[in-house]
Every structure is written in C-alpha cells, then in structure tokens.
Design a protein around this ligand. Structure first.
Ligand SMILES: Nc1ncnc2c1ncn2[C@@H]1O[C@H](COP(=O)(O)OP(=O)(O)OP(=O)(O)O)[C@@H](O)[C@H]1O
Length: 258
C-alpha cells in the first residue's frame, strides 16, 4: 500500500448539497474521516444529520458534491457489506414479522458465498454479536416486542455481525437508559479500536467527549470539526443552537431551520 492510499479517508464527503424541494438540507458540507475514528455528529433538529447519513449510505442522490466510502461510491461500498447503518427508530417498521436473530442475520448477507447459503461461520458471527449486545435471550422475539434500548442494540448487533468497517448510527441513544448507552458506547469504542470508522449522531453533549475522538457540528454545512474540546465550546454551541445547551440558563429559544 502506498503512503497516499494508507492516508485516504474512509468517509470522504465533498461540497455535498441536498435539497428536498425548496428545503436546503445540506449546503456544501465537507467531511473526511479516517480509519479507527469515532466522530460525534451534533446539530439542532433539522440541521441535516439524517440527510448526511442517507447520503453516505447512497440512499439519496445529492444535488451537488461527491461522497466516497472507502474510495468507492456508496452503492458499491454497501454491496460489499462495508457499511452498517442504524437508522432513527421512526424510520424502521417495527411491525415487520422478523425476529431479532433474523435482523442480525441480515448483516451476514454480504458475506454469503455463491450458493447464498448461511454457513456455520455466519451463525457463529450472529451468536457472538447477540452475546456482545446481551440480547441472546431475546433472539427469537419479533423486533417490535423489544424495548427501545433493546431495539437499538439489535441493530448494533447487525453491524457487529456484518463486520462492517464503517458504522453510521443515527441517534442510537435516543430514549435509552444510561446502562444501554454505556453498553453501546463501550462496543463502539472496541469496534473503532479494531479499525472501524464510526459516525454517530447524538444530542448527549455531556457524554460525547467520553465516546468520541472527534466531534462535528452541523448546520446544513459543517460549522466546525475537530476534537470534542475544540468543537464543544460555548461559542460554537451558540452558533449552532442559538443557545448553549450545556448551560442551564438559555438566553434564546432555538428555532428549527425552515
Ligand atoms: N423527506 C423529506 N422531504 C422534505 N423535507 C425533508 C425530508 N427529510 C428531511 N427534510 C428536511 O430537511 C432538513 C434536514 O432534515 P434532517 O432529517 O436531515 O435533519 P436532522 O438534523 O436529522 O434532524 P433531527 O435532529 O430532528 O433528526 C429539515 O428541514 C427537514 O424538514
């Protein structure tokens, strides 16, 4: 591997603009993430976080700009099983007749050989993933019959079984208790230490410095990207949120972007 290949960003987003009709969701957003990084994505409601995830996944076509994942277009990276995505809970059909184990097993589909048959290694990877998120005893339950925190863990287990090198998690801590948050955070750290690149949106600014090596403040475009201590400052938070969310005495009411 040449030095320039080794330093290539795993996620490479350049000048990305996305519109929904008249709404500008992303406007010239730039992001580069290297291997083994956990980056916390923060920004107010409507600042474009989910849109950024969907663009990296290749689920929406940008109006302008480029997205490369592992040097390839997102669709190619997805076909290869390189990316795992944990969407916001509202984006999942929890009534779908599928068990926890079957959800986790979908993470193995990119690994199946020409016969498309599940092999012993696939079942072992699923067992291990279920074990790591402590959902073994719930594996045969229909996914809608899980608590909020268990649902998140099921989707994290899918990413673990997939052995994805890139994990995108859209608010995995929303509505989960502190123990589940700690379990997921520890798992993500272990995955990053094993070389995964992780982008995670969260509103938990207090927990972010423990979880992430980097933070990125989004407001349709990237306002600031760096280590959490550089990004999570009162000035930056006031720029992005209109108030300092870490401050108990807000000076203004934050507005959702039009
Ligand atoms: N399918 C859609 N059709 C039209 N507008 C959309 C659509 N999805 C998102 N938007 C708009 O695009 C903007 C960015 O939305 P996005 O969901 O990316 O924000 P977000 O930062 O993830 O918000 P939240 O923190 O509330 O999840 C918002 O103004 C939103 O209303």
């Amino acid at each position: 591997m040449t030095e320039s290949t080794a330093q290539q960003p795993v996620i490479d987003v350049r000048d990305l603009s996305v519109r929904y009709g008249d709404t500008v969701a992303l406007d010239c957003a730039d992001l580069r993430l290297g291997t083994g990084t956990v980056c916390g994505l923060i920004g107010m409601n409507g600042s474009g976080k989910s849109t950024l995830f969907k663009a990296i996944m290749g689920m929406i076509s940008p109006d302008a700009g480029t997205v490369r994942v592992g040097g390839r277009p997102p669709a190619a990276a997805r076909r290869n099983g390189a990316i795992s995505y944990v969407p916001q809970s509202e984006d999942i059909d929890w009534s779908f007749p599928i068990s926890v184990r079957e959800v986790v097993m979908t993470g193995r589909y990119g690994h199946l050989g020409p016969t498309r048959r599940l092999r012993r290694a696939d079942h072992a990877a699923v067992d291990e993933a279920l074990e790591r998120v402590e959902l073994g005893e719930y594996q045969h339950r229909q996914i809608g019959r899980l608590s909020g925190g268990q649902r998140k863990r099921a989707f994290v287990a899918r990413g673990i079984a997939q052995q994805a090198s890139i994990l995108l998690l859209d608010e995995p801590f929303a509505g989960v208790d502190k123990r589940t948050e700690a379990t997921i955070s520890t798992l993500l750290r272990e995955l990053a230490d094993g070389g995964a690149t992780i982008l995670i949106s969260t509103h938990d600014l207090h927990a972010l410095p423990r979880l992430a090596d980097q933070a990125l403040l989004l407001m349709r475009r990237v306002l600031v990207h760096g280590t959490p201590d550089v990004v999570i400052t009162p000035d930056n938070l006031i720029r992005a949120f209109g108030i300092d969310p870490l401050d108990a005495s807000p000076t203004a009411t934050p507005q959702e972007h039009p």
